[in-house]
Design a protein around this ligand. Structure first.
Ligand SMILES: [Zn+2]
Ligand SMILES: [Zn+2]
Length: 313
């Protein structure tokens, strides 16, 4: 009898495996990549606990065999399984220096979301439920560093300050630069940085992009990166065009943005992050406004102690 084929695990190269995240790798799951050669490395282990165990079993391994866990960034849908591996193994945990604080300190993690007093307790409870536990990384890394398995760090801030991709033999593990939709929903996200990161990736001669969400990209990679870059510009233009001819608050502008979505899009958003959706949309809007401000297209004014945004004509 042949080896049982489990459809959610695929061999990418002789030593690199892709475990598809549960629920099509939508929040709170991501795709996980296993590297099994001289060392066993797990990149972003949050594909779902059973899938991770089954994936390891395919290689004749268990959680206790993991040597390194490398995280692309601090978000819970990537780090949520770290604690389980920590409990079961002697694995070393690695993350970029700029995201260290958020995995080490819960308050620092939460602060990056900029939530108000009403929303924050619910978010804290959600994070705990999804597996957040403060943990000091064994090692932090920076741009160009060579990690175990000879993966090269490509620091790609924007989604988060420490967001990093990992490059080996023209294959890029791209984390949340997943070429689906631009997510800049944290106070620590930055549109200008994100765009620069995409420019940086365009300069690499890539054969394959293996993202944490969405699907791997094997063909026409420069075009896929261009398309994604354009999506940022389109989003920004949309937000700019939603600004009326009088100053508006961020709340008002976000409501306008949400009203502009189709019923279908709105439903999809609801499903994804329930009551946090509006908040993430708002912070995302703020990040685009700040980028527009940087480019001299909008300005922030204070009226009666409240922040308003307006176009510069
Ligand atoms: Zn993320
Ligand atoms: Zn993610």
């Amino acid at each position: 009898m042949g080896r049982k084929i489990i459809s959610f695990i695929q061999e990418i190269t002789e030593s690199l495996y892709w475990i598809q995240g549960e629920n099509n790798a939508t929040f709170p799951y991501c795709h996980t990549y296993l590297y099994n050669e001289d060392v066993l490395i797990v990149f972003d282990p949050n594909c779902g606990k059973n899938r991770l165990k089954k994936g390891l079993a395919q290689l004749g391994k268990t959680l206790s065999d993991i040597d390194f866990v490398i995280n692309s960034h601090f978000h819970i849908d990537h780090i949520g399984t770290n604690y389980l591996i920590k409990k079961k193994s002697a694995a070393k945990f690695l993350i970029h220096e700029a995201d260290r604080i958020a995995v080490e300190n819960f308050d620092a993690y939460v602060a990056r979301y900029g939530m108000d007093r009403q929303l924050e307790p619910q978010w804290r409870a959600t994070l705990k439920m999804l597996g957040y536990k403060e943990m000091t990384p064994d090692q932090t890394f920076n741009e160009d560093e060579l990690l175990p398995g000879n993966f090269q760090v490509v620091h790609t801030p924007g989604h988060s300050p420490g967001h990093s991709c990992f490059l080996k033999s023209q294959i890029l593990l791209s984390g949340d630069i997943d070429l689906t939709s631009p997510w800049v929903g944290n106070l620590s996200s930055n549109v200008a940085d994100y765009l620069n990161s995409l420019k940086k990736l365009k300069k690499l001669k890539l054969n394959m992009i293996l993202p944490s969400h969405g699907v791997p990209i094997f063909d026409n990679i420069p075009h896929a990166l261009d398309k994604f870059y354009q999506r940022f510009l389109d989003r920004e233009e949309k937000i700019y065009n939603l600004l009326p001819n009088h100053p508006v608050t961020l709340d008002e502008l976000t409501k306008r943005l949400f009203r502009s979505y189709s019923k279908n899009q709105q439903k999809q958003l609801e499903r994804r992050q329930a009551f946090f959706t509006f908040h993430f949309g708002k912070i995302s809007c703020l990040n685009f406004l700040q980028h527009l401000e940087l480019n001299g297209k909008v300005k922030k004014i204070i009226l009666k102690n409240e922040e308003y945004w307006e176009k510069i004509e």
